[in-house]
Structure formats: structure tokens, C-alpha cells
Design a protein around this ligand. Structure first.
Ligand SMILES: [Zn+2]
Length: 324
């Protein structure tokens, strides 16, 4: 059976797996991306793990392609370009690096676009021709499906909603600008929101027990589930900023659905409810009742890996058709 290695390369962790043509994930692993790790060392480690994973499967399997989804991944050039959350060279030739190791076809795509393709083929985006998939991870990524097709743009970087301005002269972003949406609506953003709380107020919260190095979105989620008012406020604030920006985005793309996925979306209604509320409040009348925000049902099922792998299956199919 033919398999594709789907790699979801994130700012914190890299998740990868072996996927068959039907979209079944047959093996799965995760390694830290480690922003400080040298990229050569990282890709060597990743390749070793993929080879080990393949040999651990029982049965006859052949790896036919490698597909990488990464922040600022460019399908056109096979590179990762200026990834703000990775401390790597500005234009990293990932396609060439992996091709020289595996001698197989390699595709590189934007991770958020891959998540959207995963949702379109296997998730809640199925049957929808116009939707936006928002990945709330270390940063914020977005993939846009319009009239049934993924929008990729001139050089593969369409849909960078993480870097639209949400707050004028707001928080400093890793991209060098200020007030980008991902500095508020992301795992890192919600942590920053808690850290910026008035110290007197924060004292009453369990979150005051963590310093800036220790505090994570997971800890804030847990505290919110236990009724901690500072954690609950942080989710409200995050949903407010995200919801308002989504209302603007609806005015550009007129989607029927917005899907929230990624680590922060696992907080469920804590993030969904305020995002819905504030998006709806700020929608132009003409869009009211025609667009909904939903959580991905696949956040825990590694949608991005499946979407990334789907990119390669589509490419292999096209090659077959061309050579037929
Ligand atoms: Zn930015």
C-alpha cells in the first residue's frame, strides 16, 4: 500500500504521520520543533523518525511522497519563508532538503491552508464551498476556501489573517509590526493577556502562581474550567478581538462557515461563545444569519496532517493524469 508522510511543522511542535490515500492515519509521532534548534539537525531528526515509523508498520507499505505544512510555507517555491515563529534562515529550501534525503516527491504548503484542505475533505468543511479555517496555535493561521477552491494567492501566502492589524499600535508581533491579530488570538496571545492583567486583580487568581515562562494556554483553559475569573476574562477578551476581526473578514469573503481549530480551540465553548457573540455583533446586516462559527471536530484527529498529505495525493494524481 502506498503512503504519504504528512508533516505538520509548527512553531512549538512538529506532528507527523503516515497517511494512506483514503485519509487514514496509520502512524503518528510528534517531536519538538525547538525554535533554537538548527534546521539541519531538525530535518535529520525528523527524517530518521519517519524512516523508523515506516519500518515499525506491519505489512507491505511504500512511501511515495513527503508533504510538509508549515507557517509561511510556499507551495510555489517549496520553501518556508520568513516564518515569524521559527528562528531559521529567511528562505529555507525545505523541498530540496527533504528531497535529497528521501529522493521522493516533496510538497510544501502553508500549514493553515493544509488545515483548511483537511477540513474540506474530511472535516466540518465537507460540503461547504465558502469557508475559512482559523488555526489557533502558537500563532494564528488561516486557510480560505472560496467557490470550492483553496485561495493560495500570488506566491502561496494568501490568508495570513494572523498578521492583519487587530489593535492599532498594539502588542509587538514577531513579524516586526504592532497589533497583529495573532498577538491576541493565539496560545501566546492569551498568555500575554493574562500577564498584562492588573497585578492586584491577578493576585486573586491561581494563574498568579505561574511566571511568564511557565504559563500556557492549557493552564489558562484549566483555570477557566474551574471558574477562575481572570482566566474566563482572558477568553472573553480573546474572543472579542477575534470575533470583531472575523466580522471584517466576512465582509471581504462572504463565507458560510468559519471553523476554529488548533490547540486553543480545544478550550471549546470558552473560546467559541465569545468569538460567535462578538462576530455576530459586528457583522454588517447583509451577512446576519448566513454565517456561523463552529469548532473543528477534528482538532484532536490531526486534521492538518491529513490535509497536508492530501496536498501530495492531489499532486500525485495530477502527475498520473499528465503522464497517462
Ligand atoms: Zn505580525
Amino acid at each position: 500500500m502506498e503512503l504519504v508522510a504528512g508533516i505538520d511543522l509548527g512553531g512549538t511542535d512538529t506532528k507527523f504521520g503516515l497517511v494512506n490515500r483514503k485519509g487514514d492515519l496509520l502512524a503518528y509521532r510528534r517531536i519538538p520543533t525547538g525554535p533554537s534548534l538548527d534546521h539541519t539537525e531538525f530535518f535529520n531528526q525528523l527524517s530518521d523518525q519517519i524512516k523508523k515509523m515506516l519500518s515499525s508498520l506491519n505489512g507491505s507499505y511504500t512511501l511515495v511522497g513527503i508533504s510538509v505544512g508549515a507557517p509561511s510555507g510556499s507551495e510555489a517555491y517549496g520553501t518556508i519563508d520568513d516564518a515569524t515563529n521559527l528562528n531559521w534562515p529567511r528562505k529555507l529550501p525545505v523541498r530540496d532538503i527533504l528531497n535529497s534525503i528521501f529522493h521522493l516527491p516533496v510538497t510544501v504548503s502553508n500549514d493553515a491552508n493544509a488545515a483548511a484542505v483537511g477540513e474540506m475533505l474530511y472535516g466540518v468543511g465537507k460540503g461547504h464551498d465558502n469557508f475559512i479555517c482559523i488555526t489557533l496555535g502558537t500563532g494564528l493561521g488561516s486557510g480560505i476556501v472560496s467557490n470550492g477552491s483553496l485561495i493560495v494567492g500570488t506566491n502561496g501566502h494568501a490568508g495570513e489573517l494572523g498578521h492583519v492589524t487587530a489593535v492599532l499600535n498594539g502588542r509587538k508581533c514577531n513579524c516586526g509590526r504592532r497589533g497583529c491579530l495573532e498577538t491576541y488570538a493565539s496560545a501566546r496571545g492569551i498568555v500575554q493577556t493574562v500577564l498584562e492583567t492588573d497585578p492586584k486583580k491577578l493576585k486573586k487568581s491561581v494563574l498568579s502562581n505561574f511566571d511568564s515562562e511557565e504559563l500556557t494556554a492549557e493552564i489558562i483553559t484549566k483555570a477557566a474550567c474551574q471558574g477562575d475569573s481572570i482566566a474566563l476574562e482572558a477568553f472573553q477578551f480573546t474572543g472579542k478581538i477575534l470575533g470583531k476581526k472575523l466580522a471584517d473578514t466576512v465582509a471581504i469573503l462572504n463565507p458560510e462557515l468559519i471553523i476554529l481549530t488548533g490547540g486553543v480551540s480545544k478550550a471549546g465553548n470558552l473560546i467559541l461563545d465569545p468569538t460567535r457573540k462578538y462576530m455576530k455583533e459586528h457583522l454588517l446586516d447583509v451577512y446576519k444569519g448566513s454565517v456561523e462559527v463552529e469548532l473543528s471536530e477534528m482538532a484532536s484527529k490531526k486534521t492538518t496532517i491529513l490535509g497536508v498529505a492530501a496536498f501530495m495525493w492531489l499532486k500525485l494524481d495530477q502527475q498520473k493524469k499528465q503522464s497517462a
